[in-house]
Write a protein that binds this ligand. Structure first.
Ligand SMILES: [Zn+2]
Length: 261
């Protein structure tokens, strides 16, 4: 089987509205819209997995090597979606709020802490839904005390250790059956910035792919997985130098029979 691919007009702004619709939540004035295809699957829970620097071109190049993400693309859908920023913090803020960067005005880590914009995990928590956030320490700090399960990981540890810890904590959080889970993987982006070349990127991607397999197997059968990049590769030999700037997004159900083996 080949990946079911959709060259779409969707963007990262549609992720939060899609998740909010499934969870029965209202986002204040989002710039994006729910993606009908995912709504039709009848999911109850949502797991958003953000992979730093997972550009669309990059995933297409990596996909033959990535067993789990290839499988999810086959049983679900792989989308090429518009990236709203070339920087991590504003892109993640858009993914989690459904707002354009000029509307959420979160451009750096300090801005994320000061912002009064409510993003999806906070709105879910306020509505009494169980929610887990596993990300880099500064990003996780924003949710401390607001969201039931928060686990921050230092980005000073080796990237492969970061991603293994993110995987471990995500699988642990899934045992509590959260309605919403947000998790973040750093290895591909770090490999790009450390100048490790294509082989380094592939090695980081293989580790993340193994993590995705473990996470999907640990999840509830009614969980919608949304796996997406924050921006295309913005340094090194695989840098995207001209538009359109797109990232990969895989949408799939956790109950794929192949993934359950
Ligand atoms: Zn990034």
């Amino acid at each position: 089987m080949t990946a079911q691919e959709t060259a779409s007009s969707f963007s990262q702004l549609d992720i939060a509205p899609t998740a909010a619709h499934i969870l029965g939540l209202q986002l204040p004035k989002p710039d994006g819209h729910p993606i009908d295809l995912a709504l039709a699957w009848g999911c109850k829970n949502v797991a958003i997995i953000i992979i730093d620097s997972l550009g669309y071109d990059l995933l297409r190049w990596l996909l033959p090597s990535l067993e789990n993400m290839r499988e999810l693309s086959t049983v679900g859908h792989l989308f090429r979606i518009t990236a709203v920023s070339n920087h991590t913090t504003p892109a993640i803020a858009s993914i989690l709020s459904g707002l354009l960067p000029e509307h959420h005005e979160i451009f750096d880590k300090a801005g994320a802490k000061e912002s009064r914009i409510l993003s999806l995990p906070e709105i879910a928590a306020i509505s009494g839904q169980s929610c887990a956030v596993i990300m880099e320490q500064n990003g996780a700090d924003v949710y401390q005390g607001l969201v039931e399960m928060v686990h921050g990981i230092s980005d000073r540890i080796p990237p492969q250790d970061f991603d293994r810890e993110a995987c471990r904590m995500t699988c642990l959080a899934l045992q509590e059956r959260p309605r919403l889970l947000v998790s973040y993987f750093i290895g591909i982006d770090k490999s790009v910035h450390l100048g490790q070349g294509k082989e380094g990127i592939k090695k980081a991607a293989l580790l993340i792919d193994r993590c995705i397999g473990e996470i999907v197997r640990a999840a509830d059968e009614e969980t919608l997985f949304i796996i997406c990049g924050d921006h295309p590769v913005h340094a090194g030999p695989l840098k995207r130098t001209r538009g359109p700037y797109c990232v990969a997004m895989i949408m799939a159900l956790g109950k794929s029979p192949q993934m359950r083996i």
